[in-house]
Design a protein. Sequence first.
Length: 296
Amino acid sequence: MPQDQTIIDERTLAARLSDYNELLKFRLASLVVFSAALAYLLGWDGSVNWLQFTALIVGGFLITGGSNGLNQLFEKDTDKLMVRTQNRPLPAMRMSSTEALVVSVLAGGLGLFLLFYFLNFKSGVLGLIALISYAFVYTPMKRATPFAVFVGAFPGAIPTLLGWVAATDQFSYQGWILFAIQFMWQFPHFWAIAWKLYDDYKLAGFEMLPAGGKTKASAFQTAVYTFTLIPIGLFPYFFRMSGIVSAVIITLTGIYFFYLSIKLLKSCNDNDAKKLMFGSFVYLPVVLIALVLDKI
């Protein structure tokens, strides 16, 4: 029996579940689901339909997990080359490609079923587009061009639009405003991560920074995209989705986020990239929570 098969067969139930969690990356999916859930609350008029809300959350986790699993399946060879991914189930040979494929397809398929059956057709279509575009378009582009970040921003921004459509069954302008905020947020978010992990990405042949390296040009583009969040963050106020309180909170948060990007532009060091990365983790939840609380 091959050594890798022996490792797979000897896994305990706890180890197997741990590997599934690492394959599907449910912890990473929490931010995605959080965005969709808050967008749903923004769109819902009246008392919340808790069955639909639960289906959105569980379905969102499963679709995102399925997408992550397919991503790891397609990148199992490059994952062996990067320090941070070498111990994932596939490159570490704790899981076979067949098992990873079955788990990922089942997770994604069940998630899509929940959206189509318990929410509405539009929500299911958005979930399907997110899964396909992430796993089958963005993933193979990562080794080809930094433009992959732009492509990946589309499935990455779908959760807010999905949450709005799940609540309203409409592709109305409010949903697209939420989509625009999350779409633009992803550039400084991901480029800060790519800056911090530049050496690791380079080992696998990934060129993820906009100007091909940790340069002033890459930092400048990051700052430009971060700045756009300040005016875009005011769209909910100008289009009467929210009031002045959330507008002030969102603007101040956007200014601070931009300040962090300027610090990176001045220093071009990993420490300021790390601060920008953590700033991105703060920005999006603050914006969405502020909008929901302002509605209440």
